[in-house]
Write a protein that binds this ligand. Structure first.
Ligand code: SF4
Length: 213
C-alpha cells in the first residue's frame, strides 16, 4: 500500500468516526486559545480558555484586563508569565490594526505565534486549508510510516500536504488530534484494536514484542 492509499484509508476512517464538518470562525479567540495550548494539555487548555473568555474575549477587553489577573487565570496552563505577555501584546497589535492577519507570514510576525499556531488560526479561525503539526500530527504519521522518524516538523507538514488532497486538510487536523487523544495515545496506544494496525509498522512491531513477552 503506498502512502496516498494509506492516507485515503485513514481519512475515510476519520470521517466515519469524527465527521467531516468543523466549525470555523472567531479568529481572535482561536489565536488566543492556541497560545494558551502551547506546551499544555488539551484538558487544561479547554479549562483555562473558558475561564479567560468568560472574563475577556475581545482585544479591547484583554488589553484592559490587569496583568496580575491575566497571569492568575493563565497559571494552570504553564509558562503563564510568557503567555500573559504574548496575549497582552497580541491583543494590543490586533486592536491597533483592526483585525487578525489572514496570512501565515503576517501571523508568524505576532508575538508568541509560531508555525503551528499560525496554521491553526488559518484553518480553524478562517477556514483556509492548512495542516497544523501539533503533538498528535507530529507523532502518529511517524508511527504509521508516512514520514521518516527523523523528519523535522516542517517536513512532516510537507509530507502530509503532498499525500492529502487539499480539500481534506481539515480532516487531517481534527482527525489526528481526536485519534491521538483516544486511540494512538503518546503512552500506551491501543494498537490491538486500531483500524490501521494492518499497515502500521510501529503498531505491528509493538504487538509482535508483546506476544514474545
Ligand atoms: Fe497508533 Fe498503534 Fe494504530 Fe499504529 S497501530 S496508528 S501505533 S494505535
Amino acid at each position: 500500500m503506498n502512502d496516498r492509499a494509506k492516507m485515503a484509508a485513514i481519512l475515510k476512517e476519520f470521517r466515519r468516526r469524527y465527521g467531516n464538518e468543523r466549525e470555523y470562525g472567531r479568529p481572535f479567540e482561536t489565536l488566543i486559545r492556541t497560545i494558551i495550548s502551547q506546551r499544555n494539555t488539551d484538558v487544561s487548555t479547554d479549562k483555562v480558555s473558558k475561564r479567560l473568555f468568560s472574563v475577556a474575549r475581545t482585544p479591547e477587553q484583554l488589553v484592559r484586563l490587569p496583568l496580575k489577573r491575566l497571569q492568575s487565570i493563565l497559571k494552570p496552563a504553564g509558562t503563564w508569565r510568557q503567555k500573559a505577555k504574548y496575549i497582552h501584546s497580541v491583543s494590543v497589535i490586533i486592536l491597533e490594526r483592526g483585525n487578525v492577519p489572514r496570512t501565515r507570514h503576517e501571523l508568524m510576525a505576532l508575538p508568541g505565534v509560531g508555525p503551528k499556531t499560525a496554521d491553526i488560526v488559518l484553518m480553524y479561525g478562517f477556514g483556509i486549508p492548512s495542516i497544523a503539526v501539533d503533538t498528535h500530527v507530529n507523532r502518529i504519521p511517524r508511527r504509521l510510516g508516512l514520514v521518516s522518524e527523523k523528519a523535522k516538523i516542517h517536513e512532516v507538514k510537507e509530507a502530509l500536504e503532498r499525500i492529502t488532497p487539499k480539500k481534506d486538510w481539515h480532516v487531517v487536523n481534527h482527525g489526528f488530534v481526536s485519534f491521538g487523544q483516544m486511540v494512538c495515545r503518546a503512552v500506551n496506544p491501543r494498537c490491538s484494536t486500531c483500524p490501521f494496525l494492518e499497515f502500521c509498522p510501529f503498531g505491528r512491531k509493538r504487538i509482535r514484542r508483546s506476544r514474545k513477552t
